[in-house]
Design a binder for this molecule. Sequence first.
Ligand code: IMP
Ligand code: MG
Length: 213
Amino acid sequence: MYTLFQPTDQERVEGSMNPHLAGARDSTLREADEVVNDLEQVLLSEEVIAKRVKELGEQISRDYRGCDLVVVGILKGALVFMADLIRHLSIPVIMDFAVVSSYGAATKTSGVVRILKDLDQPIEGKHVLIVEDIIDTGLTMHYLINNFKARKPLSVKVCTLLDKPSRREVDIVPDYCGFAIPDHFVVGYGLDYAEYYRNLPQVGVLKPEVYKK
Ligand code: IMP
Ligand code: MG
């Protein structure tokens, strides 16, 4: 379902080739060039992600035809995925966001889930689609589904960009999944390591030396 390949020199310099930015390489662009060099492997290229996100959007639009939908993004990881996904939804949607914390700066889950920012609006009697960056142990999603179901919505479903089924500790199967990936700690397209790398347009595996920095 996914392909493994090294970032090419072309990909590394892509930003600086943008004719609109020629001669105006600002600090943002320089940082983007630098962060992609911290990747050991690109798991999912920008193009592969874009194609799959479009498919997911079309499928969700078909499944919820005739319904109003509350799309709930789990911040911060789902930010980039959700921004792209909603532009492929052709049904009426409203957006809401929750902020949960389960990780800190470590790459292993603490098992403790806390809601740091709750939904702005009630979801009683509404169809809810939770949008998440990745389901790993499943503890975060398990907690969120139960928490939201207690508010008596019409339905609660889950759309995740990535799934690491091999690491599951609770029985969670996403209703919509972009890509099942092997057990690597990945960054990019919203996913972070110690809050960095969310701005990478692709999903990749960090070089081991990055963790030692
Ligand atoms: P879970 O509770 O173990 O399923 O973890 C879910 C959360 O952990 C996700 O929303 C991510 O924020 C974070 N996470 C899990 N795996 C990764 C990864 O490979 N890279 C970055 N964040 C991850
Ligand atoms: Mg996260």
